[in-house]
Design a protein around this ligand. Sequence first.
Ligand code: 0WD
Length: 254
Amino acid sequence: SGLMQGKRGVILGVANNRSIAYGIAKACRAQGAEIALTYQGDALKKRVEPLAAELGGLVLGHCDVTDGATIDAVFDVVKEKWGKIDFVVHAIAFADKDELDGRYVDTSPENFSKSMLISCYSLTAIAQRAEKLMTDGGSIITLTYYGAEKWMPHYNVMGVAKAALEASVRYLAADLGEKNIRVNAISAGPIKTLAASGIGDFRYILKWNEYNAPLRRTVTIEEVGDSALYFLSDLSRGVTGEVHHVDSGYHVVG
Ligand code: 0WD
């Protein structure tokens, strides 16, 4: 038994055992879900395969969200294995490291387009494929950050992409609601992951959150995973289009 018993889902964005997506995958498994992971490129394949084995999950193959054919390919594999799915976790973002420092005003058009494509449009691209397999309804979640709502140091183009991502959650929720497919976002507090290591002065941001968040600490991937269970399970069956903060309460003071 468990909150996720009988549910099957695809989790995109596991890079290693510090990834937020890995925390969510662990929580889903602990509550009885069956999970399928994807990886981006051969370097991550070597990291993702053992993690999938440890969790007793499937590996669907290479998925680079900038290449629609690779998205189709992994959804074809899951369709063949399971026929239908119940949930999708989108935990993917990218911005050129050189522009996660300094000023937003200096963003190049190339980095702006690529960051928006990978960090924002990819949720829509994945929802298009997921819709076809969510024949009994479903739940889609994405990961966002407070830099979408307020200026944050060095977050720059990612803040703009996350704002667009949060707007996408609302539009996707409205489009897919009649099929009982819910779309929500978790706005996680800062966590030291591979993606976060690209952000300038990240250690300072962690410290700032520790000193100022109501809970006087940062959050863990396990805590984000447990909160994700609410959105991915039937507990939240009346909830869609929401952006929910899992940030030790930082958003009430920052
Ligand atoms: O403080 C943090 N770490 C927060 C992260 C606070 C709030 C939100 N988030 C978000 C991130 O913006 C992202 O959307 O959580 C999500 C997951 O990020 P993460 O767990 O912090 O980082 P990481 O473990 O690096 O996973 C992100 C992965 C990539 O890893 P790398 O580091 O190789 O970029 O996103 C994937 C990749 O696996 N990814 C892609 N997947 C498919 N196609 C692509 C792509 N083109 N680009 C990146």
